[in-house]
Design a protein around this ligand. Structure first.
Ligand code: ATP
Ligand code: MG
Length: 193
């Protein structure tokens, strides 16, 4: 079965400003995945608004992650954030996300390979840096958590974005990558790996 997939990676503004572009790209190549498009972009707010899903389900899920993080550390949601409803929290986080992703340039890459979507998610690690496994990009390079980010009214700084599902990848590639900037070429390593 051929599971060749393409996925979108964004090195977020904190990753770029911290000088991590090379190390992140190296990890992708080391895994055996292929960079088929690469560019630095400074996103406009509308682009980021279209990038993250607008469905109630996604927004609630983001809020839910915050709620779980607060509970894990015994923090009072209502007291700390002034909000309790996952949807309302999610809406707030989504606003902060747009500010974060437009706060500096990002590096945009299209990555292709066998199971590329799942593999890049593994390389990236858990959304919450404090929970991300050592060996993942987030686990090795970041330390932020939801409570601290929310207290400072900003998104979690976690260095990289990676499409989560085939549907997300299709939408994101459509949004960020025009066909003429995505290149088809052969790596000799494809024969041996
Ligand atoms: P990404 O989509 O950026 O690859 P992800 O899929 O791991 O990350 P999502 O649930 O899609 O995580 O959340 C998108 C981004 O929103 C996160 O990467 C993070 O920067 C930010 N974020 C998520 N939850 C919170 C939160 N509770 N508080 C602040 N920021 C958050
Ligand atoms: Mg996501």
């Amino acid at each position: 079965m051929n599971n060749e997939e393409k996925t979108l990676v964004l090195i977020k503004p904190d990753g770029v400003k911290r000088g991590l572009i090379g190390q992140i790209i190296a990890r992708i190549e080391q895994r055996g995945l292929k960079i088929v498009s690469l560019e630095m972009v400074w996103a406009r707010p509308e682009q980021v608004d279209n990038h993250y899903p607008k469905s109630r389900e996604w927004i609630e899920r983001i809020g839910q992650k915050t709620a779980e993080n607060y509970e894990k550390y015994g923090l009072d949601l209502k007291k700390e954030l002034g909000l309790e409803d996952p949807y309302q929290i999610g809406l707030e986080v989504r606003k902060w996300l747009i500010e974060y992703m437009t706060s500096g340039p990002m590096v945009k890459a299209v990555v292709s390979g066998n199971h590329a979507i799942e593999m890049i998610r593994q390389l990236a690690g858990s959304t919450m840096p404090a929970q991300a496994q050592i060996g993942t990009i987030r686990g090795d390079f970041s330390i932020d958590d939801a409570a601290r980010a929310n207290r400072e009214k900003r998104a979690i700084r976690n260095i990289i974005h990676a499409s989560e599902t085939p549907e997300e990848a299709a939408n994101e590639l459509n949004l960020w990558a025009s066909a003429e900037d995505v290149f088809d070429y052969h790596l000799p390593a494809e024969e041996v790996m």
